[in-house]
Design a protein around this ligand. Structure first.
Ligand SMILES: [Zn+2]
Length: 506
């Protein structure tokens, strides 16, 4: 048996000004052939689970590509062809099963449905090929995706810490189907809900209860997997939003429906009933910083969620950092500001030097009508490093992270505040504590940790947090829908159209 195992992931924020070209994939992870297997074998990623399953079958394993880029704007046509090409070529050469680790919210130049188009092309070459697919919780599920694979599953955790486990489930389902031990069928559907990622944490309501309900369904005989996708609202495409997919054994029918359809209807109904809780309600930035100053213990986690590069933001918007400096927070660490030019000047100055520089604000954001505005700061270059660390926390465990050349700038404010800012040369969402440890900072002893993150920070910092506050700044991951000009998403959709109606079966 010859089993194709591949990974191709990109979460596309169509409001992001950052292009997703091949260089963007190289920054995060771009591997072909044997190199792809080597890069992910000892990790907690779906690709590792797939390879282990294939090994257990004694199969020949082909790994044409493993590629992921930090979320950003649409994938360029050239990158899309370069990355999907090796998968299609491997299918052309012949394989018995494909086990694919995809994201589900990839938009490329020429297709708004990167995954659906890839799967359709695979099936055009090999119409009967059994295909297993894992998707991110932020997948925008489409008909093309479901109709061109055998079984599709999503993560149940946000932060995403169950990738390996879900890959095992869907991989086994397809292997069982090949052996004649299962006859999986999928039922899927969408609700007209543009849920915000900031409200999709699976430790919080409403996702906690909805995921628990998925697990209840999975305990029913005949159900293989039940998934609810929060969706990725920052992709302005027809199919953006919340959806569900259930894999069950074809044979189970009751009340004229397959069990998969019954479970799907139940899950979608629950998502719709909770729609209001999926929408973030903002608050005044200065009031939130004042509230942070009111706590007398720490660490206090502060979230600059509108500038989260893990969802396609530029990571160089200084609105929230400026507020923290203006309010003289004492003992704050900022992780992280993207500014390769500032890092270069700090490298030239050397550790211990006092520098005055324009920090951040390198990128314009035409989709929200904003231009990049740097912040002039004076501070001491406290530490310089190569920006590399290996993840020890529960998300992307074992994966080597590259933030590029990195500097720690220590800024003492006139009003007695002390803020240390980690400045990197590559975009990286700070979800693992390694990102502050790499510059010699102990997060547990830090009073305030300002993170350009939304929910993923919980993987590495959640257990340290005594208090957590969202700080509403600017950026292309804003949760303020009035700032985003949607053109392509199907209408009506909640909350853009507050009077939207939906009922099961629609
Ligand atoms: Zn995600």
């Amino acid at each position: 048996m010859r089993i194709l195992c591949a990974m191709l992931k990109h979460e596309t924020n169509t409001f992001s000004p950052i292009p997703a070209d091949l260089a963007r994939f190289k920054d995060w992870g771009l591997h072909f052939g044997e190199d792809a297997a080597r890069a992910y074998r000892d990790t907690a990623m779906p690709l590792a689970a797939y390879m282990k399953l294939a090994e257990a079958e004694g199969a020949e394993i082909v790994t044409p590509v493993a590629a992921e880029a930090m979320p950003s704007g649409p994938v360029t046509a050239a990158a899309y062809e370069t990355l999907t090409g090796p998968i299609l070529a491997a299918v052309e050469e012949g394989c018995d099963i494909a086990l694919l680790d995809l994201h589900g919210a990839m938009v490329a130049e020429g297709t708004d449905d990167g995954e659906g188009t890839l799967l359709r092309r695979i099936r055009e070459i090999a119409p009967d090929l059994p295909i297993a697919v894992t998707c991110d919780l932020h997948c925008n599920l489409t008909r093309a995706m479901v109709e061109n694979c055998t079984a599709l599953i999503g993560y149940k955790t946000y932060p995403h810490t169950d990738m390996y486990e879900v890959a095992e489930i869907v991989g086994r389902t397809v292997l069982d189907a090949v052996k004649g031990l299962a006859d999986p069928v999928m039922a899927w559907g969408q609700v007209p809900l543009l849920s915000q990622t900031l409200c999709q944490g699976t430790d919080d309501e409403p996702m906690r209860s909805i995921v628990a309900r998925c697990r209840d369904w999975e305990r029913e005989a005949g159900i293989r997997a039940a998934t609810v996708f929060g969706g990725f609202a920052l992709a302005d495409i027809e199919d953006s939003g919340t959806s569900a997919v259930v894999i069950a054994d074809r044979s189970v029918v009751a009340d004229g429906q397959t069990l998969a359809e019954t479970a799907r209807d139940d899950l979608l109904t629950r998502c719709w009933a909770a729609r209001d809780a999926f929408i973030y309600k903002g608050r005044d930035l200065d009031a939130a910083v004042t509230a942070a100053k009111g706590y007398n213990d720490g660490p206090v986690i502060l979230l600059d969620h509108a500038d989260n590069c893990g969802s396609g933001a530029t990571q160089d918007v200084m609105t929230v950092v400026a507020a923290v400096l203006r309010r003289n927070l004492q003992g704050a660490v900022v992780a992280t500001v993207w500014d390769p030019a500032a890092v270069a000047s700090m490298l030239a100055a050397g550790e211990g030097a006092t520098v005055t520089l324009d920090l951040g604000g390198r990128t314009d954001m035409p989709s929200i009508g904003a231009v990049g505005r740097p912040l002039t700061v004076t501070g001491i270059v406290e530490k310089l490093c190569d920006g590399k660390f290996r993840v020890e926390g529960p998300m992307y465990t074992g994966v080597e992270i590259q933030c590029g050349p990195t500097a720690l700038l220590r800024v003492a404010t006139a009003g007695g505040g002390l803020v240390r800012i980690i400045v990197t040369s590559l975009h990286h969402e700070p979800w693992d504590a390694g990102v502050v440890r790499m510059v010699g900072i102990d997060p547990e002893k830090t009073r305030y940790i300002l993170l350009k993150s939304r929910i993923h920070y919980r993987a590495g910092f959640g257990t340290l947090a005594r208090h957590t506050l969202t700080l509403d700044g600017d950026g292309v991951t804003t949760s303020d829908n009035t700032r985003l000009a949607y053109r392509k998403v199907r209408r009506p959709i909640y909350p853009l159209d507050p009077q939207t109606e939906w009922e099961v079966g629609q």
